[in-house]
Design a binder for this molecule. Structure first.
Ligand code: S3P
Length: 429
């Protein structure tokens, strides 16, 4: 691993950024396009490593997928068009690919083996394996299917009613995908709403999916039909520049065409609560997803409480929000975010270790962290923990640190934001 050093002297960020396509929607566009009949044209597809894993998986199952930069054409032949891959599928670092594919593979008439990198191999899969087994899925894997590598012997499934014990859109989506292949109704109930892209997109692709007082209900009625997808900009990527704009003195940034689906905009609520100067303009809807432009300007911030129902609406933004909180006046408490411990790395530990090295006043708790600000950040040696969002937090920290920040690597950023440094350079004055 080659160490990298970040040093920015008196930076100021000004200008427009068009952040890349949404990771969650990009994955789903490939999955739903591949299981539909007809050609799905995807524009603004995220060319990040995770989403490429999903493309590779469907190519390995016989789907013709043409990719030209951020435009992708998926030639779907329906669920029955998918073929047994000739070798085990490598899902790399991608939790979304793994969990959603486990749902789909459970109902397909062949056996598939899947594996991933060191991080993915440590992430819990029992959260999907347990309910899928209740539907009749035959799944074998390390520690009784808790961890990869896993082999799925696809077969007949029965619909179930399942209340999610974890706040996870990946689990919800895995069950809805299995529900497309199961006998009878599959009902998923969630206490706290998680991102709903699967529901929005399945309806656009013609699935029999409805939401009623029982929960989200899907059946295996009918074929899905191809549907063009214009992927909105990823608010989870925009988050790094939103935070940068708010904490780097003199900054003013506009982020264009950002997805504003309410199940994802918790960060905007928190930024407003902290006193950030943020405005939303040019709001419109594309493919059932709200998008708009976000303008952020540097201003004084105050600490806040982040807990409860907002957590799933900003779960991936917590590392960068923690950095932001080190610059806010007073205490910021983050609670109910135990899911952070099972992300690409334990993000509670990674965030706290790194920000402590940089001189922040931050303490880890079981399900979150407590940050007391404002503190000047020194420089120092930190680690990305091979986690894209921890790495980007480190780079943004370097914009306000008094000395350079050294990090063990930066390539993990390609997982979700391959053009991150180009976009940063373009607005750096
Ligand atoms: C995702 C759901 C979230 C999120 C991940 C993408 C998705 O994970 O953290 O980056 O696309 O469904 P969980 O379902 O584990 O909360």
């Amino acid at each position: 691993m080659s160490h990298v050093q970040f040093e920015y002297t008196s930076p100021k960020l000004e200008g427009d950024v068009i952040v890349p396509g949404d990771k969650s929607i990009s994955h789903r566009s490939i999955i739903f396009g591949s299981i539909s009949h007809g050609i799905t044209k995807i524009t603004n597809f995220l060319d990040g490593e995770d989403c490429l894993r999903t493309i590779h998986a469907f190519r390995a199952m016989g789907v013709q997928i043409e990719k030209d930069g951020n435009t992708v054409l998926v030639h779907g032949n329906g669920l029955e068009g998918l073929k047994k891959p000739t070798k085990a599928l490598d899902f790399g670092n991608s939790g979304t690919t793994t969990r959603l594919m486990l749902g789909l593979l459970s109902g397909l008439p062949f056996e598939t083996s899947i594996y991933g990198d060191a991080s993915l191999t440590k992430r819990p899969m029992d959260r999907v394996v347990t309910p899928l087994r209740k539907m009749g899925a035959v799944i074998d894997g390390d520690a009784d299917g808790k961890f990869l590598p896993i082999t799925v012997q696809g077969g007949t499934l029965d619909g179930i009613t399942y209340r999610l014990p974890v706040k996870s859109a990946q689990v919800k989506s895995a069950l809805l995908l299995a529900g497309l292949l199961a006998e009878g109704e599959t009902v998923v109930q969630e206490e706290t709403e998680t991102r709903n892209h699967t529901e929005v997109m399945l309806q656009a692709f013609g699935a029999d999916l409805k939401q009623n007082k029982e929960g989200i209900v899907v059946t295996n009625k009918g074929n899905l039909t191809a549907c063009d997808v214009e992927v909105p900009g990823d608010i989870s990527s925009a988050a790094f520049f939103l935070a940068a704009g708010a904490i780097v003195p003199g900054s003013a940034i506009t982020l264009k065409n950002v997805g504003l689906n309410e199940s994802r905009t918790g960060i905007l609520d928190v930024l407003k609560e902290m006193g950030a100067a943020i405005t939303v303009s040019n709001e419109r809807t594309t493919g059932g997803e709200k998008i708009g432009d976000l303008t952020i300007k540097y201003t004084a911030l105050k600490g806040t409480m982040i807990e409860g129902d907002v957590i799933p609406r900003l779960i991936d933004e917590i590392p960068i929000l923690a950095l932001l909180a080190t610059q806010a006046d007073g205490k910021t408490i983050i609670k109910d975010a135990e899911e952070l411990r099972v992300k690409e790395t334990d993000r509670i530990e990674a965030v706290c270790q790194n920000l402590q090295v940089l001189g922040a006043n931050i303490t880890a708790t079981e399900d979150g962290m407590i940050i007391e600000g404002p503190t000047k950040l020194t420089g120092g040696k930190i680690s990305s923990y091979m986690d894209h969002r921890i790495a980007m937090m480190g780079v943004i920290a370097a914009l306000i640190s008094e000395e350079p920040i050294e990090m063990d690597e930066k390539d993990s950023i390609n997982i979700s934001y391959p053009t991150f440094f180009d976009d940063l350079e373009a607005i750096l004055q």
